[in-house]
Design a protein around this ligand. Structure first.
Ligand SMILES: [Zn+2]
Length: 432
């Protein structure tokens, strides 16, 4: 109970601060961003062995990083580099690992990672999400249904839920679409937050029934939303659709406002650079790969971290008046959707965690749907991990998701080659 109010108090406090930032003068916002940058760089150098070594080997100290313009002096951090470290080397040396919140990335580049944070970081991220959703029209009294990967669901049942006053409900993305519809009818949400593919599956199956739910707001994310699926989802549900760009490492990175002129970057929580293949900053209107420096997570700082997505920074300001700069679109999440033999789309960002619950055993992966009823799963495993039953269990889970008709072949590899930019397309559909 105390913990619950504690959480509400902290999120509300941070939310107030973050909302103010939306309307600041650009130079004031930049000052806040650079203060946070200097602080996290200094902290990481002093307290995180991995970054201490990285700075030393580049011959720099935190004093060399005074502004965003000095960032190029810090070498980039790749996912493979982080994966190769022990947890103790990438986490603040002063904290007890067991006291931390441990999350796994969805492995959007085929390289799964464990990300550490703590309650304070979670509250920051919640406030950043709330800021965007409130701007898009979310109201305190709204009933929100969240259809997502159940690994991220709250572990404890809160007091409000027990009293029947809970205004947020969760549905597992892996539940059957019919069951999802039943729960939607029962809860009657006016806001739904989910993956683009889940909304698309529901929209294609239950067009008329969805209209009757009277959903006002739809928040989609995690996957590339093309114009056709956007139209289908909006017309089926009838609500206004807002697309969000988020990741497990940094929370919400960018979001659509009511003007729908692009995605506003949360530059007060994550500093983002957009680089070309030579590592130079791209011009506006050019494609750049996303490199992030988290400004809020001191438990596991990530500095100049290559996320693996491609975006296009906009050359205009948004008409809504919010000061956060815009990107035009996110392209990197262009993994293909997989299709079950019954025609249902399987979201690429959540497919993989499902059969392989424990990512600790997997170094890299790639999924190729060779035919409608055949999946090839390539894996690079860590040492001595393919114990008895590992593949059988995974195959069973795949069949639960796709149906019994799906054949699965596993192939163990030494490495999965990446493209020049380090991007691996991890989910490929090799048939039309
Ligand atoms: Zn805007």
């Amino acid at each position: 109970m105390v913990q619950y109010f504690n959480q509400i108090f902290h999120v509300a406090y941070y939310l107030r601060q973050f909302r103010k930032n939306l309307w600041l003068k650009p130079h004031v916002l930049r000052k806040i961003q650079e203060e946070r940058l200097r602080a996290i760089v200094k902290y990481a150098y002093k307290n995180v062995p991995f970054y201490h070594r990285k700075f030393k080997s580049a011959g720099i100290t935190p004093d060399d990083i005074k502004s965003v313009n000095d960032l190029y002096r810090i070498p980039l951090t790749t996912k493979l580099e982080i994966q190769a470290q022990s947890f103790r080397d990438i986490v603040d040396k002063n904290v007890d690992l067991n006291s931390l919140v441990k999350g796994a990335t969805s492995g959007s580049t085929g390289i799964p990672l464990t990300i550490f944070s703590d309650k304070k970081v979670e509250h920051f991220y919640e406030a950043i999400w709330m800021r965007a959703m409130l701007e898009d029209g979310l109201r305190v009294q709204d009933r929100m249904m969240i259809i997502a990967d159940p690994r991220g669901f709250p572990k404890k049942i809160g007091l409000l839920h027990r009293l029947g006053l809970e205004k947020r409900k969760h549905i597992s993305i892996f539940d059957s679409i019919e069951h999802q519809m039943t729960l939607l009818r029962e809860f009657r949400p006016n806001v739904i937050k989910s993956y683009a593919s889940s909304l698309f599956n529901l929209a294609s199956e239950f067009r008329d029934a969805l209209r009757r739910l009277n959903v006002r707001l739809l928040f989609s994310g995690a996957e590339l939303l093309n114009v056709e699926s956007r139209k289908l989802i909006s017309s089926a549900f009838g609500g206004e659709l807002f697309d969000f760009y988020a990741c497990n490492e940094f929370g919400l990175l960018a979001w659509e406002c009511k003007a729908h002129e692009g995605y506003h970057l949360n530059v007060d929580s994550t500093l983002m650079e957009f680089l070309d293949d030579e590592g130079e900053v791209v011009s506006t209107n050019e494609k750049g790969r996303v490199v992030c420096t988290g400004l809020l997570n001191y438990v596991m700082p990530l500095i100049r971290y290559e996320l693996g997505d491609i975006v296009v920074p906009a050359d205009y300001e948004c008409s809504c008046g919010i000061i956060l700069p815009l990107i035009k679109f996110v392209e990197g999440r262009s993994d293909d959707f997989l299709v079950a033999p019954n025609g249902r789309l399987i979201p690429p960002t959540v497919f993989f965690p499902y059969p392989f619950e424990n990512f600790d055993r997997i170094k890299q992966f790639k999924v190729v749907q060779e035919r409608k009823d055949k999946l090839l799963i390539e894996l690079v495993l860590k040492k001595n991990v393919a114990e008895n039953g590992f593949f059988e269990k995974a195959e069973k889970k795949v069949k639960q998701l796709f149906g019994e008709d799906m054949k699965v072949e596993f192939k163990i590899c030494d490495a999965i080659p990446s493209s020049k930019t380090g991007k691996i397309k991890k989910v490929i559909r090799a048939f039309k």
